[in-house]
Design a protein around this ligand. Structure first.
Ligand SMILES: [Fe+2]
Length: 373
């Protein structure tokens, strides 16, 4: 059973619709933001002013860092309770939106996020209104909040339909401020979501269409978005949303499982980490699918075999300046066996893959990524 947002607004200027949407779910909200960008470019003042126009009282919770920790989510939850908030507006990338979702659950349930991780299911949360400022995570539509342990070594996931944001506002305007490297990383996160969802053993008819459309939009729009074309940015944002909806149904699998080590141990951006793994994993994923199904994804990439899809993704990454080599990202050969162990510990993801992901498969993917030219 999966859930979607109650409200979805999209297009240039849709941020303004907060004035009509938010009063339907809350009267006293916290606006959750990261460090710098939202304040520096005037978005916080704009959002608070739009909310006040709608008769909503707003306070600001500032400073959510990338890969939010357990303590951060619990601190946010405590503030939401203290302030008597009945809803949360999250403006930022996946880290901000994930922290807001986790904090909304902490505030509503009155216990720490460390008690909520999968296989527990989060049974309630304050309503979250999500405004993504990157084009990758899909957190604005998913029921997941990925939280990092306080020692920074492990990513854990809180899961539950009450954490699906009640509203997603897809206004492409904030994307025009996104640095190019983040644009490239987050778009590759979206492409990973699309491909992992499509190849997941849990992907049915709806998930197939969502994920194929998302993949096509990334292939067709990443380069022109990289050059600053507004329509392409808008389409990438839709791609990220659709790919998020697809993983809400089918989950992620081996690409995400193999990305987490790079982020927790080597501070590689989440989308960049996925981009490094994706070309090497896609060959295994496509070969495990029935041919007619694999061909649907291959045709989106204008390919007739899995190796061609791998090359096409690698070429796309090269053109947007993504460093593909584990070695140059600081991973040493001596830690590869520890890396493989870490990947194998993410069983929840690996179980979604279309093939049995054993040590041999993980080793092949990790070593191929290590040898990337
Ligand atoms: Fe992701």
């Amino acid at each position: 059973m999966f859930a979607f947002n109650r409200f979805v607004a999209r297009g240039w200027g849709s941020l303004q619709l907060l004035r009509d949407i938010v009063p339907q779910v809350g009267r006293r909200v916290a606006v959750v933001i990261g460090k710098g960008f939202a304040r520096r470019l005037g978005y916080v003042d704009r959002i608070v002013s739009i909310l006040r126009d709608g008769g909503v009282e707003a306070r600001v919770y500032e400073g959510v860092e990338p890969n939010p920790s357990v303590s951060r989510c619990n601190d946010l939850g405590a503030r939401l309770r203290e302030w008597g908030c009945d809803a949360v507006v999250a403006f930022g990338g996946g880290s901000v939106i994930d922290a807001a979702k986790a904090g909304a659950a902490v505030a509503k349930l009155g216990r720490g996020v460390e008690t909520m991780f999968y296989p527990s299911i989060v049974e309630d949360a304050l309503p979250v209104i999500a405004i993504p400022t990157t084009c990758g995570t899909g957190s604005e539509v998913t029921r997941y909040a990925v939280v990092t342990t306080d020692d920074g070594t492990k990513k854990l996931t809180a899961v539950g339909n009450p954490m699906v944001p009640v509203a997603a506002i897809l206004d492409p305007e904030p994307l025009t401020n996104l640095p190019k490297d983040l644009l490239a990383y987050t778009a590759m996160d979206a492409l990973s979501h699309a491909i992992e969802a499509f190849t997941s053993r849990r992907c049915g008819a709806l998930c197939e269409e969502l994920s194929l459309t998302a993949a096509r939009l990334v292939f067709e729009n990443l380069l022109c978005a990289f050059e600053g074309v507004g329509l392409c940015l808008e389409r990438l944002q839709v791609a990220a949303y659709l790919a998020g909806a697809a993983i809400n149904i089918a989950g992620t699998n081996v690409v995400h499982a193999a990305s987490y080590y790079l982020t927790t141990r080597h501070s590689v951006h989440h989308g960049h980490a996925c981009a490094v793994i994706l070309p090497h994993a896609v060959v295994h994923l496509l070969k495990a699918l029935p041919l007619t199904r694999a061909e649907r994804l291959m045709s989106i990439a204008r390919c007739s075999d899995a190796e061609c899809v791998k090359m096409r993704i690698a070429e796309l990454e090269r053109r947007v300046g993504i460093e593909p080599s584990l070695k140059r990202l600081g991973v040493s050969e001596s830690e590869l066996s520890r890396y493989v162990e870490d990947v194998l510990s993410y069983r929840r993801n690996l179980e979604n893959a279309p093939m049995e992901v054993d040590r041999k498969v993980v080793e092949e993917i990790v070593r191929a990524s290590f040898r990337s030219p």
